[in-house]
Ligand binder design. Structure first.
Ligand code: HEM
Ligand code: HEM
Length: 138
């Protein structure tokens, strides 16, 4: 298994524990629920689910397409941006949920843009990896 797969799966597993703990905390402290729903939802969906898919995709897509991953460098850029963007989003969703405005809303937006950028890099890398070239099976 490649290092990029291992690291995406490791991060996904870690986010799963934190996100599920946030879920239990929301049940235990219901007055916090509204504040933490977006953080909990995205830590689960972009952290646990998407990062598991990223890890599996980096392993399986090159094998399906019968050629190496288009760019290992882009995969690592994707890894760092996806994690920085997600941690920023979860943190600043929390601040904004607590009623903080101004700079916190800006930082939430910047984190979201970093996350989106990471998604575009992943999609580009995958599209280049699975592209049909002359000699591909019909
Ligand atoms: C121990 C596990 C979990 C607990 C205790 C938990 C708990 C909660 C609670 C209390 C809410 C707020 C519900 C409300 O009052 O509207 C919530 C929302 C949500 N949870 Fe979880 N959750 C868990 C795991 C997960 C997982 C694994 C996922 C996704 C893979 C997930 C996705 C979501 C989403 C998307 C929302 C927002 C739903 C909406 O917008 O109404 N949760 N969760
Ligand atoms: C760059 C990536 C993403 C950004 C910037 C983003 C942003 C947002 C924002 C701003 C909200 C409204 C939160 C609020 O109620 O204040 C939201 C809600 C939601 N998003 Fe995303 N999202 C992203 C990716 C995703 C993905 C990949 C999924 C599912 C796989 C998802 C599922 C949801 C769900 C279920 C809700 C409703 C629950 C909630 O209130 O948090 N999002 N998203």
């Amino acid at each position: 298994m490649s290092k990029i797969t291992v690291w995406f799966i490791r991060m996904a597993m870690s986010y799963f524990v934190v996100a599920a703990s946030m879920g239990v905390l929301m049940l235990a402290l219901p007055w916090w629920t509204r504040t933490y729903i977006p953080g909990h939802a995205h830590l689960n969906l972009l952290g646990w689910i998407s990062m598991t898919i990223y890890g599996v995709a980096y392993h399986i897509m090159p094998r399906f397409s019968g050629r190496p991953l288009y760019s290992n460098r882009l995969a690592w850029i994707h890894f760092y941006l996806a994690n920085i963007g997600l941690i920023g989003m979860v943190l600043f969703f929390g601040f904004v949920g607590h009623g903080k405005r101004g700079i916190y809303e800006q930082l939430l937006l910047y984190s979201a843009i970093v996350e989106l950028f990471s998604i575009v890099i992943f999609v580009y890398n995958m599209m280049r990896t699975i592209r049909v070239v002359e000699g591909s099976p019909k």
